[in-house]
Design a protein around this ligand. Structure first.
Ligand code: SF4
Length: 320
């Protein structure tokens, strides 16, 4: 279903943030469509844009282990309450709450753009990271197949890449991932913060069950695609009990994860207020505790993080 009435909705494409707060990569002169999801996509809206550029550099000061990213979507139907990308939607005059989860920007020309940019003489073949700002295997990918097309393009160009996801939809693309892994360096990681059903249902309501994600880790590794796990985020006071961390770490090691890396909840400005508001309605005592422990910062003190993550490191050191 196409609705071209988007022009009167006041989206500020030029101010759209990409990784690291760069100016928009969209042109406000481009026409865009608004598609209302039907069938299995009911409740979602897809805002089609043409990206001017799809391979984006990360800011020079970034301490990430990659210099370039691709994000074919903005917003994420996985709807994680703690998602650090929520503020990127506010730049579009959409809100970082429900709009972030349901009004999804789709860079419909992403595949043709990546092919063109990979062919450019200016492109030097650096590793490209996907899943840094939005999930490449969220529900929209089932409809648009952009990540699949990008993986195919990268594999054909022998360009190394990595994928971080919570989406078991990645298994749909085992064929193109395996093909790419035979030609270049391909690394995947699943984000699995906990196997605790209560925490999962409350904090990541749009994601596949964490045990299905563990199974995806197994299948990817069996297919020859090195796949690790980020135990992320560990929510202090909710998913940080040693037995909870032991359980998820053991399951991931048993599934053949090439690495298991614990990450304690990070709350950047904006996300912090959103997450604490979410907690106030469900776990007011925990909300008060975390407000005090995080104070004005985005991270817990280093010593607290070390203490929380110790069970993962201890379990990992014993191997599978
Ligand atoms: S899967 Fe990742 S990008 Fe999507 S909502 Fe969750 S944390 Fe955000």
């Amino acid at each position: 279903m196409v609705d071209r009435s988007g022009s009167d909705q006041g989206f500020r494409w030029r101010l759209a943030e990409d990784d690291g707060g760069q100016p928009s990569l969209f042109s406000d002169e481009e026409l865009y469509d608004r598609h209302v999801g039907i069938g299995e996509y009911r409740g979602l809206e897809f805002l089609h844009v043409n990206a001017k550029r799809i391979i984006n550099p990360v800011p020079p000061a970034s301490r990430m282990g990659f210099r370039f990213t691709i994000n074919a979507y903005r917003g994420c139907s996985h709807s994680c309450a703690y998602c650090f990308s929520r503020p990127t939607h506010a730049y579009l005059n959409l809100n970082m709450g429900e709009d972030f989860e349901r009004k999804l920007v789709v860079k419909v020309n992403a595949v043709e753009k990546v092919r063109a940019e990979l062919r450019s003489s200016r492109w030097k073949g650096d590793l490209i990271a996907m899943g840094t700002n939005t999930d490449p295997y969220q529900r929209a990918e089932g409809k648009y197949h952009l990540t699949r097309g990008i993986v195919q393009a990268l594999g054909e160009a022998r360009n190394p890449f990595s994928i971080l996801t919570k989406g078991t939809l990645i298994l749909r693309d085992l064929d193109v991932l395996t093909h790419a892994a035979g030609r270049t360096d391909v690394r995947c990681a699943l984000s699995i913060g906990t196997l605790d059903e209560e925490v999962w249902k409350a904090t990541e309501p749009g994601t596949p069950h964490p045990r299905r994600r563990v199974e995806a880790v197994r299948r990817l590794n069996e297919a020859g695609i090195p796949t690790g796990v980020l135990v992320a985020p560990i929510i202090p006071g909710w998913s940080d009990r040693p037995e909870q961390l032991e359980e998820v770490t053991t399951a991931c090691l048993d599934a053949g994860a090439t690495s298991v890396t614990p990450v304690v909840l990070h709350l950047r400005p904006g996300v912090k207020e959103h997450f604490f508001g979410f907690l106030d309605a469900r776990q007011p005592a925990l909300a008060a505790d975390l407000r005090s422990r995080y104070g004005r910062g985005s991270y817990l003190p280093h010593r607290e993080q070390e203490s929380i993550t110790a069970p993962v490191r201890f379990r990992r050191s014993r191997g599978s």
